[in-house]
Design a protein around this ligand. Structure first.
Ligand code: SAM
Length: 747
């Protein structure tokens, strides 16, 4: 279960120039101790400190890089040619000795004592190019990185922020080095600093000189925003770093995310690897572009004091926010403390935090359960515990909605008739009590109420309530609704057998068995329900499911209160999949990785009264209902989906005489365009498929996904327009849970 920390941690970035310009005062033994104490007194929880000094950068450059003057002599050579330049033999000897036995000298590190390292996040030398063009520089950068991490571990520092990737062509080398470090430093958490997009698209920058990685970096100042060369652009192929303004900002944001995706994939989704997202560049207005980061392990957010950005609030991971330049005096009136105070204010006033603090909201109820995988209930096969019923019964919305639905049905029933109601699956009796309230409110005279329950333990509670509260107003029947004998047929059948995906607690099978005692023109409450699927990206959930070591863990649906997830496409208004299988087509506007499917349900109880956990409609239909979290169907292998690709999902609900199970599968294609809806014969465009829920709220504005099954609202000649012609297949997953081998629900 994830813990819910009360507030984001705010760190101050202490620069090398601050460290070197201060003299320690009488009250502190060392400058780092004084600066750390000062940061604490100004409301910062921790500090980020460069681990190494200028001296280390100089020694490393002398040993491992070709001196820049020897390059200048050779004129404008490419970096690739620079490795042919011979080095000074004494520098080469020193380098060999260092490679044999990497070791710092005292002046090369900023801190030396355990107490200086408390609450410190180490910034690894930013000038190390783990993705340098030259093999030799990459090789030496890896040795230096290992050396710095070993030193940080020695000082009991648990987190280090790595130099950013800069060269798309060698990201795989970068990632391989990070993976090696994760295994050689087993107690260290690593974070990769990544700008939200390549800032060179805003302003041209000079090309790097061969030894430039070091010389161009002003390590004594606050960290500059790293720049990433996006492969494939003409500029990057020429190894220049000039503006690529022709590409839209979104493409650059996608490129940054793809860099991260490659690194974390090569590192096998290691949970000790996280992102330090640099929000220094001006952010685009469209929040959807950034939403993919919500599904990632963003553990740090870099904010320079010059661009204080309110969008950082509400990130679900509650990352550490690192403020650089807080002491630069940029906002003189507020002073240094103002930044941490403002970040805390933004967080306190954000809708996410306010909802979590308000009693009665789902966010408040679900605290501690965000992204926690729970096995779905099996109320038919298992007998639920009293405490489980008690949890359901806290729902302030579900029972009220049922009472309203029953009341409405009673009012609409012909006045002179006697009415027989049956609550099938009564549990501890809350729907029985609500039925009695509705009867009383409707002022109907002749009403007879039955309650059926198959859980022998809950049946004791029902008997007790009958004796103490209900008396002869309720007739109890013990047994399975599929088999139990009932003295007369009923007019209104009330049940609540719904799972997060509608039918996953076997409501269809149970109600099929109960239909024999519902009169032909009788009413079922709920009158219908629909299941909805959406493709989902969440490295966190993927890792959680993988952490359960059993092979079947990635072929099992889970109930999850989603937090660190990103829906890769909109949800269809309804999948209407009582056919027990569906094939769904999703347009993927932005590149992403598919880790699983999110499953939701919507039910019409009676008339316009419903229940919904559909993310876009739940607030209109049944706001603050607590009883259901969505279902998560994981995929065993993540499936990469490029921008403007098409995802096709197949899902089957299958059954034998003893079990029901789901099987699922995904395929990806290139060449997709956002779906358009075919015109009817009258020339009017068809709306998205809506006929199954015409009475609930307003239709979802999201129309990305379209049910591919032939539907009554689509004429046959319309179908080819929506076919998958001209799509190029690019990938697929395996078929999950074939034959119900890993997960099933008992009948
Ligand atoms: C989700 S609980 C709902 C309980 C209660 N109606 C409420 O809303 O709090 C479903 C109940 O239906 C019962 N149940 C499930 N299948 C049943 C069946 N085939 N026959 C009788 N009861 C059944 C379970 O034991 C459980 O008490």
């Amino acid at each position: 279960m994830s813990t819910w920390s009360p507030s984001a941690s705010v760190s101050s970035f202490i620069t090398l120039s601050t460290l070197s310009s201060r003299r320690s005062s009488a009250s502190f033994e060392t400058v780092p101790l004084e600066l750390i104490a000062e940061a604490h007194s100004k409301g910062y929880h921790s500090v980020c400190l460069p681990l190494t000094t200028e001296d280390w950068r100089k020694r490393w450059a002398e040993m491992c890089l070709v001196p820049s003057d020897s390059i200048q002599k050779r004129g404008r050579e490419s970096r690739r040619e620079s490795k042919l330049v011979s080095r000074d033999p004494s520098a080469e000897r020193k380098a060999e000795a260092w490679r044999e036995n990497p070791c710092f000298e005292r002046e090369e590190v900023t801190i030396t004592r355990l107490d200086e390292a408390e609450h410190v996040t180490a910034i690894i030398s930013e000038w190390l190019e783990l993705d340098a063009e030259e093999d030799g520089i990459r090789y030496d950068a890896e040795i230096a990185l290992q050396q710095e991490l070993a030193y940080a571990s020695y000082l009991n520092i648990h987190t280090a922020i790595l130099p950013p990737p800069r060269n798309r062509d060698h990201i795989s080398s970068y990632a391989r080095i990070v993976r090696a470090c994760l295994s050689s430093a087993p107690y260290m958490n690593l974070a990769i600093r990544l700008p939200v997009y390549d800032t060179s698209i805003l302003e041209p920058v000079a090309p790097l000189s061969p030894s430039s990685s070091s010389s161009s970096f002003r390590s004594s100042s606050a960290p500059s925003t790293p720049r990433l060369v996006v492969s494939g652009s003409a500029d990057s192929l020429n190894r220049n770093r000039f503006s690529t303004t022709s590409a839209p900002l979104e493409a650059h944001i996608d490129a940054a995310w793809e860099t991260w995706d490659l690194i974390r994939s090569i590192c096998d989704y290691n949970i000790r690897l996280a992102l330090a997202l640099d929000l220094t560049p001006p952010l685009p207005n469209s929040p959807g572009v950034l939403s993919k980061w919500a599904a990632e392990a963003v553990r740090y957010i870099f904010l320079p004091s010059s661009t204080f950005i309110a969008n950082a609030k509400g990130y679900p991971h509650r990352p550490n926010i690192i403020i650089s330049g807080a002491s630069s005096g940029l906002h003189k009136r507020g002073g240094e403390d103002a930044y941490s105070q403002y970040v805390k204010h933004l967080e306190r006033t954000s809708s996410v935090v306010q909802a979590a603090e308000k009693v009665g909201t789902v966010e408040n109820f679900a605290q501690g359960y965000q992204d926690y995988l729970q096995a779905p209930l099996q109320p038919l096969m298992d007998n639920l515990q009293s405490i489980t019923y008690q949890t359901f019964e806290q729902d302030p919305v579900k029972y009220q909605s049922y009472e309203e639905a029953i009341h409405k049905a009673l009012l609409e029933w012909p006045k002179q008739d006697k009415i027989i109601i049956c609550v099938a699956g009564a549990g501890r009796g809350p729907l029985v009590a609500r039925s009695l309230c509705a009867i009383e409110r409707s002022k109907r005279g002749h009403v007879c109420l039955y309650a059926i329950e198959k859980n022998p333990n809950a049946f004791v509670t029902l008997q007790n309530r009958q004796r103490t509260e209900w008396h002869d107003r309720v007739h109890l029947l013990f047994g399975d609704m599929r088999l139990v004998e009932i003295p007369e047929k009923v007019d209104i059948l009330v049940s609540e057998l719904l799972g997060s995906f509608g039918d996953n607690e076997l409501s269809p099978e149970c109600l099929d068995g109960a239909m024999r005692f519902l009169k032909p023109h009788g009413i079922s409450i709920p009158s219908s329900y629909t299941a909805h699927l959406a493709p989902l990206s969440s490295s966190k959930l993927y890792n959680e499911a993988r952490a359960i070591k059993a092979e079947k863990s990635l072929e099992t649906p889970y109930v999850v209160m989603f937090q660190a997830v990103n829906l890769l496409s909109g949800l269809p208004p309804t999948n209407s999949h009582n056919t027990r299988s569906a094939k769904l087509r999703f347009h993927i506007p932005h590149a992403g990785v598919l880790h699983g499917l999110a499953g939701y349900f919507e039910a019409i109880l009676y008339g316009n009264i419903g229940l919904s956990i559909h993310p876009q409609r739940k607030d209109q239909v049944s706001k603050d209902m607590l009883s259901w979290f969505p279902l998560f169907f994981p995929f065993k292998e993540p499936l990469y989906l490029p921008s403007n690709s098409e995802l096709q999902i197949s899902i089957w609900r299958l059954t034998n005489s003893r079990q029901v199970w789901y099987e699922w599968h995904a395929e990806s294609f290139l060449g997709s365009s956002p779906p358009t809806f075919p015109a009817t014969s009258g020339g009017q465009p068809l709306p998205p498929i809506l006929m199954a829920s015409p009475t609930i709220g307003v239709p979802s504005p999201l129309i990305d996904a379209v049910d591919l099954l032939p539907r009554s609202t689509l004429s046959v000649q319309d179908a080819p327009e929506r076919s998958t012609a001209r799509l190029v297949k690019i990938g697929h997953t395996s078929l999950h849970n074939p034959g119900g081998r890993s997960s099933w629900i008992g009948l």
